[in-house]
Design a protein around this ligand. Structure first.
Ligand SMILES: O=C(O)C(=O)C[C@]1(C(=O)O)C=C[C@@H](O)C=C1
Length: 255
């Protein structure tokens, strides 16, 4: 692990995130998928349809060994059984054991459904609830993997500057730790790049015309996901939450 390789990982995750948002934006909001509790098949469930879908999907993916990788953290760990259908994998364990479980999945969950989804999907209900929540799951997993990868970034930063980090961790000086782990130039580059990716990946491809600026109706560009929304997602949630994960990880790095 080096700062370059962890940044390469984050850069590649941007593609996954932007594509997953484009897929979710294909469907309208479909509010009944999020009603709590869900009523269907004559039953009153203890959660929304979206949550039930995620729980069941995670259980299946756990059996296939998905969470044997430290890069993947389930949203409902208590429901994930260690029993596996897959052969044992040999994932390398690069994280410091006491800090490895750090994650902000609860916050990602809340922000995704209450703040992001309304920016992403148009109002409406076309009834395609299963496809819709399947695309929510892909978004949630991509965001979770990216944000909780802050653990790896923090590990690299800690090992690269042990003396300074150790002092600040011992003093529990959160403000100074936050300052030390922050690179504003890097954050700016990330935000501008994801916005650009949204314009490149989200434009309509046609055989005639250059297609450089999305579908031009009356000269106004339109994209499958608003590039400004992707910028905002990173600016307000993805980067701040990644930094929160980095800080939480560092605070446990000497335990
Ligand atoms: O690349 C880094 O150094 C990171 O810590 C990651 C990240 C990000 O979330 O993209 C977070 C904090 C830094 O200020 C810059 C970028």
């Amino acid at each position: 692990l080096s700062l370059d390789t962890v940044r390469d990982f984050l850069t590649r995750e941007e593609d996954t995130i932007v594509f997953s948002l484009i897929e979710r934006a294909k469907y309208p909001l479909n509010p009944p998928a999020y009603y709590v509790p869900a009523h269907f098949a004559g039953l009153r469930h203890d959660a929304s349809f979206a949550e039930l879908f995620v729980r069941e999907s995670e259980a299946v993916q756990a059996k296939a060994g998905r969470y044997q990788s430290q890069q993947e953290i389930p949203f409902f760990p208590s429901r994930v059984r260690p029993l596996t259908l897959a052969p044992p994998y040999n994932f390398t364990r690069e994280l410091y054991p006491a800090a490895a479980p750090v994650n902000v999945n609860d916050e990602i969950w809340r922000i995704y459904f209450t703040l992001l989804l309304p920016l992403l999907a148009k109002n409406g209900d076309d009834g395609s609830y299963a496809a819709t929540v399947a695309s929510d799951l892909v978004c949630l997993q991509a965001l979770s993997r990216r944000i909780n990868y802050g653990r790896y970034v923090a590990e690299v930063k800690f090992t690269g500057d042990q003396q300074n980090y150790t002092t600040l961790i011992r003093n529990k000086d959160k403000d100074a730790l936050m300052k030390l782990l922050t690179s504003e130039a890097q954050e700016d580059a990330v935000k501008r790049r994801v916005q650009k990716k949204a314009t490149v990946f989200g434009r309509n491809v046609t055989l005639d015309g250059p297609g450089e600026t999305g579908d031009s109706n009356n000269g106004r560009a339109s994209f499958k996901v608003e590039p400004a929304v992707v910028y905002k997602l990173y600016d307000q949630w993805v980067i701040p939450l990644t930094k929160k994960v980095e800080l939480k990880y560092l605070l446990r790095r000497l335990d």
